[in-house]
Design a protein around this ligand. Sequence first.
Ligand code: MUC
Ligand code: MG
Length: 367
Amino acid sequence: MKITRIEAIPFAIPYVKTLKFASGEVHTADHVLVRVHTEDGLVGTAEAPPRPYTYGETQQSIVTVIDTIFAPQVIGHSALEREQIQAILHRTIGNPTAKAALDMAIWDVIGQALDVSVSQLLGGWTDRMRVSHMLGFDTPEQMVTEAQAIHERYGIATFKVKVGRRPVTLDVDVVAALREHFGETVELYVDGNRGWTPSESADALRRMADLGLTLAEELCPADDILGRRWLVGQCPVPFVADESATNPGEVTRELLGGSATAVSIKTARTGFTVSQRILGQAEGLGVEVVMGNQIDGQVGTLCSVAFGAAHQSTSRRAGELSNFLDMKDDLLAEPLQISDGTLSVRRGAGLGLQIDEDKLTHYRQDT
Ligand code: MUC
Ligand code: MG
């Protein structure tokens, strides 16, 4: 299982509809496909999504850090030396999605070599997850129409509503319209991507108090340290740390500092290895987790569901696994299918994914 070559391939696939949220917007999936080759002819695959407004990475920075810093040090190691490889990666600060994609591609290699699925290797709890769909900023009418279409077509009954606009009533009206439209038949929760101040967040929570929200995520910046603690202290539902808790140290700081009471796990930023460590922290501290989405394509989504379905506590809540529906196309030879509101783990060795090489040739940006 000696690693002989690592590819970082930039590609760009347009979105059908721009996804807008408080910290940014996405209109093209300008991701990086990472491939890890071994001397036995195995190829592990994962993808890294650049999110400059969250982690500072760009498509170019991901390719560069992999090509010039990570690949030269990782090549020559066995895929089984994951701890050695983690040590190499963590010698460089930041670059979470580049590190995560490498880690997940290496797990894909290990699964293929052992002829077992990565999800089973990780824990094998179940073979599918319920799906939560993310609704980006729009008018209440448009967001209800989108939610209804997604509900009808895919059976999805959990929606994460992007909030964080000013005045807060813009978003409160959306949540009220969704509740009015669906009644109690759907689960609703909100994600502010740090858009509000602590007092605006508290005001919005008060206004939404009767709307049956189940979670509130990153309503205000974690750097508003005392304000955030004050807010979390009065939040009636678990307050989820997402971009404020991107590694085990930050998870500890946010939870023990009283700035969050739940954690979003995103394989796109912590891979499988570090995501398992974060899951262990959450379980040990007794807080709930949600499988989040880094606005992944289908390759990244397959990684998320492989991890989420592998453990009891990550599969309890619906996972955010549907952002790829907004893309015009994707790279998988066999596209993902959401039905009855669930997404299944791929059977087969490793991550069970195969890239459509013609599509990759079409969408890659480096030729
Ligand atoms: C989310 O849960 O926040 C948007 C920004 C980001 O970092 O992730 C996405 C989704
Ligand atoms: Mg979030």
